[in-house]
Every structure is written in C-alpha cells, then in structure tokens.
Design a protein around this ligand. Structure first.
Ligand code: ADP
Length: 372
C-alpha cells in the first residue's frame, strides 16, 4: 500500500503495447517519482479513483471504448480537481491530427500531447509540470474543505446563539417592559430612561440573532440544482412582505419583465426583500421610486434594483457588504448591518456577484448576477 500522499502524487502509466510502460516507469523511478503501471483502461480508471498526480497514456491505448471510460471518469471529478494527463502520440502517423479526434480529445480537458519518440528530459518536464499543477489542486481542495468546516461551524454557532441566547434576551425584554409598565412610580426619569435603553437593546439583539441565523442559513443550505422558477414569484412575495413599508413611504415600485432562474425561491426572495427594504429605508425626502429589472448577459442574468434615495459614497461601496457593517447609527436608521452581507452570501452561493453603483445624494443601483 502507498502512503496517501504518495498515492495522490503517483504517476499512472497506461501503455499496453511494447515496452513503453516499463521504460517510462524506469525513467521516472530514477527521478524518485512514484509510478504505477496499469494494464488496461479499466485498471487506469480504478487507479485514478484511488488517487493520482497525473497519468501518462499512449495514443494506441485510447480506443473508442477506453476513451469513453476515461472521459466519463474525468467528467465527474469534484470541482477542485482537473486531472492533468500526458498523452504520447505516435509521431509521424498523427492519428490525433484528424479533426474529429482533436475534438474528442478536448473532452479530456487538461492534457498535454507529446510526440514519440520521447526524450527523457521531455517526459520529465511534462510530468513535473503536471504534478505541480496537481499539487495546486490539492491545495485548493484543502482550502475548500476548510471553508466547508468553517461554514458548518458558523451555522452551528448561529444555531446555538439563536436558541441559547434568545430565551435570556426575551426575558430581559419582557421584564424591562413589566418594570416600565407596573413599577414606573418607583423610578425617577433617569431610571425610566435606562429601562427604555434596556428594552430597545434587547429588541435589537433579537433582530441581530435573526439576521445571524439567516446569514448562516444562506451559506449552509445545499443549493444543489434547484428547479426553474420565475423570478417574479419570489419578487412578488418580497413585495408582499414589504407592503406596509411600501404604503407608508408611498414608494412607486416599477417592475420589469422577470426571467426564469434556477434558484431557491426563498433565497431570491430574501435578496429582493433586503434590497427593496434598504431602498425604502435609505430614501430622501422626495418621492421614492424603486425600479427592478433583469437582462440576459452572456451566460447569466443581470438583476438591477435601482432607487433615487440618498446614495452611497464611493469609499463605502465595498465595505457595506461586510457583516455588521453600517453607515448609520441605530438612532438614525434601525438595522443590523447584515442585510447586504446576506445578499452577497446568497448570490455567491450561486456563483454570482453583487455590487453597487452609486453617487452620494443621487440614488443607488444594486446589481447582481445569477447563472442563466
Ligand atoms: P442595515 O440596513 O441593517 O444597516 P445592510 O447590510 O442592509 O444593513 O446595509 C449596509 C449599509 O449600506 C446601510 O447601513 C446603509 O448605510 C447602506 N445602504 C444599503 N442600501 C442602501 C441604499 N439603497 N441606499 C443608500 N444606502 C444604502
């Protein structure tokens, strides 16, 4: 048995005809590179599945069936993996020269063609380059694993926080209310003021916990490939939730044609709701107008939520997407600074991007993309 790291960096060789396999193995072993010879393509795919740094395959080993088996395995690699292959062509005869074969080869992805007869230095440099690329992929895998663990920890923390802290916070809120209502005669004005602070702080803390939980949910709920939905559904739901605020602010909401997207309804609803409620919250004196639109661009949909509100100064256009980042005090505008962080988390889960274009005093345009 190989050590795991040795397995992950070994060079597999599939060269069933002649002495190529042994010659390649000898050349690489002399360079202290671990090798494993496979006698057929089934064996190669099984060895690849166990782990490998790269595979050297001769052209004649890639008959139609063998090619299919290898291509099928490569197609289902995890996202961090892009197995590098070194393919030895039969110099002169150039069967890979045919257009059809060249197109077929493209499906193998990350490969280098080397014409035979091969010089040992050529094979050494090709294998070293492939192993170097593979090491980078392993690093990427470690980062992704760390990220998955961090997300799981965050969700765990958010759950404990919301369950364990909610009760005591509720008690603080309820008892401060009772104190203010039933025992006010024992308190001087300063004492009454303090109770007011306690009560509003407890309520703010409850909102913070809700937002923290939404943030953790946005990162942890597996997206999979959700079924197609009309973006109009979550948008209507978000506007319905905000009906009171829309009425109070007399906002005109103008909705353009909405596309079909592959997103969870609850995720897109949350993004729309956070953006529209911000547009309402950070409005100016004059009549508020919020426009929502979407347009197709290359392979994604670009959504836009535009308002004519107070706008955002250039230097804060990125910071506002950070957790708990706010440009206003709670006295001016209530909030937790989590709304845009939640939007960013959701959009990025779908490999999209969110950003803002704005000028202070001249409204804001929040834009986000999701794959079409
Ligand atoms: P919150 O609204 O709770 O403060 P957000 O993360 O939703 O948290 O927003 C972060 C900050 O970005 C807000 O405090 C506000 O200053 C600014 N902001 C967000 N949306 C708008 C908007 N439509 N117009 C102006 N400023 C905005």
């Amino acid at each position: 048995m190989f050590r795991r790291s040795a397995i992950e960096m070994r060079v597999l060789i599939l060269a069933p005809v002649g002495r190529d396999a042994q010659l390649l193995a000898d050349t690489l072993t002399a360079l202290h590179i671990d090798t494993e010879i496979s006698s057929d393509e089934k064996g190669l795919v099984a060895l690849l599945a166990e782990g490998a740094g790269t595979a050297i395959v001769t052209e004649e080993a890639l008959t139609a069936d063998h090619f299919q088996a290898l291509a099928a395995w490569l197609a289902v690699q995890p996202p961090w993996s892009d197995m590098p292959l070194v393919i030895l062509t039969s110099g002169g005869r150039a069967t890979f020269g045919s257009k059809r074969r060249a197109r077929e080869l493209e499906t193998l992805g990350n490969f280098t063609l080397i014409e035979r007869p091969v010089r040992p230095e050529t094979i050494e440099s090709a294998v070293r380059a492939a192993l170097r690329a593979r090491l980078r992929q392993y690093e990427m895998r470690s980062h992704q694993e760390a990220l998955v663990r961090a997300n799981a920890d965050l969700e765990q923390f958010a759950h404990s926080a919301s369950h364990d802290l909610r009760e005591p916070i509720r008690s603080i809120s309820v008892y401060s209310e009772l104190l203010a209502r039933d025992h006010a005669r024992f308190l001087d004005p300063k004492g009454k003021g303090f109770i007011g602070y306690i009560h509003s702080s407890a309520q703010h803390m409850e909102t913070l916990l809700d937002d923290l939980l939404s943030y953790a949910h946005a990162s942890s709920v597996p997206v999979g490939v959700p079924g197609p939905i009309s973006a109009k559904e979550p948008l209507d739901a978000a506007l319905e939730n905000l009906a009171g605020a829309i009425r109070e602010s007399s906002a005109s909401i103008i909705v353009g044609e909405m596309p079909i997207v592959r997103m969870r309804k609850s995720h897109l609803e949350q993004v729309f709701q956070n953006l529209v409620s911000n547009a309402i919250k950070y409005r100016r004196e004059d009549a508020l107008r919020v426009q929502l639109a979407a347009q197709k661009q290359d392979n994604h949909w670009l959504f836009c939520v535009e308002d004519n509100g107070m706008g955002i100064a250039q230097e804060y256009r990125e910071t506002i997407f950070g957790m708990f980042k706010r440009l206003h005090s709670n006295q001016e505008y209530s909030g937790t600074g989590m709304g845009l962080a939640i939007c960013q988390r959701i959009v990025e889960r779908y490999r999209g991007r969110i950003w803002v274009e704005s000028e202070l005093g001249r409204g804001s345009k929040f834009l986000f993309t999701v794959p079409a």
